[in-house]
Design a protein around this ligand. Sequence first.
Ligand code: PEP
Ligand code: MG
Length: 545
Amino acid sequence: MTTYSGKGVYGAIATGKISVFKRQDIKVKREKIEDVAAEIERLEAAKAEADSQLEEIYEKALKEVGETNAQIFEIHRMMMEDDDYNEAIVEMIQGQGVNAEYAVAVTADNFAEMFASMDDSYMQARAADVRDISNRIIACLTNCAEEGADTEGKRIICADDLAPSETVSLDKEKVLAFVTAHGSSNSHTAILARNMNIPAIIGVGEDFLDQIRDGDMAIADGFTGEFIVNPEEETLAEYEKKQEEEAEKKELLQKLKGKENITLDGTKINVYANIGSADNIGAVLLNDAGGIGLFRSEFLYLEKADYPTEEEQLVVYKKVLESMATKKVIIRTLDIGADKQVDYFQLDKEENPALGLRAIRLCLSRPEVFKTQLRALYRASVYGNLGIMFPMIVSVSELEEILALCEQVKRELDSDGIQYSKEIELGIMIETPASAIISDKLAPMVDFFSVGTNDLTQYTLACDRQNPKVERFCDTHHEAILRLIEMAAKNAHDHGAWIGICGELAADTTLTETFLRMGIDELSVSPSFVLKVRDTVRKVDLSQL
Ligand code: PEP
Ligand code: MG
């Protein structure tokens, strides 16, 4: 029995046989060519073939993981058309008179290295994407088909890393889990695994592929990140029991659908869901969330190659509001910058992006971009029960500026004769220590607060949330954070505002009672945690000291 440790990116347990993912090992040789024009023609034909393969994969992904996640393959198609990438390949064929396979392989290495050396983990993860498209072009040039994994029966797929297109191309019905030697939790492969509800572990280390064999029995624990190969009978039995318990827990939680989020002594709260796209509405409804407490609208911008227009945004917001009928939908305005970079914003490189021009600061620096979003939101408000929330607030003056812009947008809509709801609730995120400390001043200006514990933790404890090396210094239960939340809760209530939590800590059920005692009115969590939080709330008795 050997145990490997990695990082679990989707919490679930799988036991079964291993299938080592085999990639056609294409050996690219450097060859001299005579006819440069013919070689470039050959390259173009291979790219056209690769493009139509990607179109097919996109269609498959669309059905299996929804539009937002399928977008990566549209992005791959765009990356394949990138001028810098193509010029580098063509220049190499022309300048050095080499074959197209070689020019693509060298360019892929250069671009992948460039991405990998960037500070931003999102950009680092793009190295895998450029390799993925380049391998596809080379395979088309050499007429090699990708082999994939031997997935006879359901298997745990083990690979050095999996490209997004490889992940989606695998038959979901035959995959028990993904385990990879490398990879980052920000990679699209990890995101796809999460969305496919498949247990996944990344980063178990270089060596494991040399030490495992097709058909070996293994356990993948997506909760702890442990991957156990050839487990002993006892361990296997232990995990099978754990799996049964997990399944029972899930089954039991289903019984809570339609029930209230009420404590034993009768205190009711709202349990809402966090989403990043209209595609997630199915999961929200399936898990019986009472509303949407955080719609991260920036994903709409991240998916596009250019600023989404007012009309494009309206379509998405309308869809979410209509799907939720009368239930509350809180849409957070654009929170771009730091780890979420969008090329067309052409943001300057910053020394400390998490402390830089991000979120509301960017919106207030580019009022036209902000106003386009606000107009779309106000216009969408007639289709449901909308709340608008602003991220990264630190001062009264910036909130005044935001509220003045909202008034301006309303006046413009009035003069255009466009309807909007008069019932929209406006709120701010409490995700900086400053906003919690001056929450007595901010509360009278808004209808609600929503605590973003992910950033509140990062800024309070001075721990970069993107940096795994400081994870152990980042105690999310730190007294300073809990005190700031308590302070914000008291100030909200003293001034007639309500307060929720939408950061990851909202789903930490060891803190549910603490939050309820602080008077938190709403917890907004990933859809799959809604029933677990409801279950915990229903077991709390606030009358007991
Ligand atoms: C947070 O900071 O807790 C939050 C909910 O926002 P995000 O994770 O999108 O920064
Ligand atoms: Mg945040």
